[in-house]
Design a binder for this molecule. Structure first.
Ligand code: ATP
Ligand code: MG
Length: 318
């Protein structure tokens, strides 16, 4: 079977972008692929963090994976820092990574600008090398990611090719092959819809855990009232009717796409249903669809958290 790996950082709250762009798609994929889903706690320390919060967020993230439907009888679920080979391979890969490749990463530029000089550690720059090691370590065929990770995945591919060329080629040729054997070059799996869920307060920025404004995102664990309030206050526009794909209406496109994904309807069905609506009639519709979709996950989450806490206690008693 083809292999696939993916992960989410245990920082802040898991939001609708992480869910629709990544976790929700894993549930289908785990039936077809050999899947490894990890909690990338080593990525979470690239910006300032609190130790205790990180441990709690790591457990919460594992519980969210399970509550969303990740099945441990089909997929391997683990914490990145528990497998030391991720960091060991990262060191080896960094010796083959030209620094210019890292300097041009958009996420580094954005996050370092926001964090301010004092908080920009070397790890924020070298983060994509660790991500490459997460993927290449397992000889993964595919990596399901949101659009924001496309550039990092491209770097992973280039790095795999570079290592294959630098260290694999000669040996392989002696054996009569075409060159390039050390690492498999992985392909991205970008979902057709949900790959870039945008902020509720600015349709041109992606919904993000690290945004300081909680109003900008729907967290998977937001209560009904909080969801209703965030939708009530989210940014809209003053055009008539609602439509997909109008570049002058990024917020409208984003809200319709979210509605499409959580209601399970097709894009055409949503376009037709909403074309003559105004925001006053659409907002209760999307609010209900969000609440209905997230409710079962939230119920299961409590159960998953209790099970994980029990397991941790059992381990400690051993
Ligand atoms: P941060 O802002 O701290 O980087 P994040 O919200 O980007 O946090 P990550 O843990 O970095 O979350 O990303 C986990 C997964 O979620 C990745 O596969 C990423 O591509 C996907 N993802 C993150 N944000 C979005 C989004 N707005 N829309 C779709 N997918 C997203
Ligand atoms: Mg991110």
């Amino acid at each position: 079977r083809k292999r696939m790996v993916s992960g989410v950082q245990p920082t802040g709250s898991i939001h609708l972008g992480n869910y629709l762009g990544a976790i929700k798609n894993w549930i289908e994929l785990q039936n077809t692929y050999d899947t490894l889903f990890f909690i990338v706690d080593l990525h979470a320390i690239t910006l300032p963090y609190e130790t205790q919060e990180l441990s709690k967020a790591t457990r919460d993230t594992a519980a969210i994976y399970l509550a969303c439907g990740v099945d441990t009888s089909k997929a391997s679920v683990f914490v990145q820092s528990h497998v030391r080979a991720h960091v060991e391979l990262m060191w080896l890969l960094s010796s083959a990574t030209p620094i210019g490749w890292l300097n041009r990463m958009i996420q580094f530029k954005e996050k370092s600008r926001k964090a301010g000089d004092e908080n920009v550690g070397v790890a924020l720059l070298t983060y994509p090398v660790l991500m490459a090691s997460d993927i290449l370590l397992y000889q993964s065929d595919f990596v399901p990611v949101g659009e924001d990770q496309k550039q990092h995945l491209e770097l992973t591919r280039e790095l795999a090719e570079r290592v294959n060329y630098l260290y694999g080629g000669r040996k392989w040729k002696k054996l009569g092959g075409k060159g390039g054997t050390i690492f498999k070059v992985p392909e991205p799996l970008i979902p057709p819809a949900g790959a870039r869920v945008m902020s509720l307060t600015d349709g041109l920025s992606k919904m993000s855990k690290s945004s300081p404004s909680d109003q900008s995102r729907i967290n998977l664990l937001d209560s009904k009232d909080v969801i209703a309030n965030k939708i009530k206050r989210c940014k809209t526009d003053s055009f008539t009717g609602l439509e997909f794909d109008n570049p002058d209406r990024p917020e409208c496109n984003n809200l319709l796409s979210i509605y499409q994904l959580v209601s399970g309807k097709t894009k055409e069905e949503v376009a037709k249903e909403c074309q003559d609506m105004n925001w006053g009639s659409f907002k209760p519709l999307i609010t209900d669809a969000l609440i209905d979709h997230l409710h079962p996950i939230q119920c299961l989450l409590l159960l998953c958290l209790s099970i994980l806490c029990m397991k941790v206690l059992q381990e400690q008693q051993k």
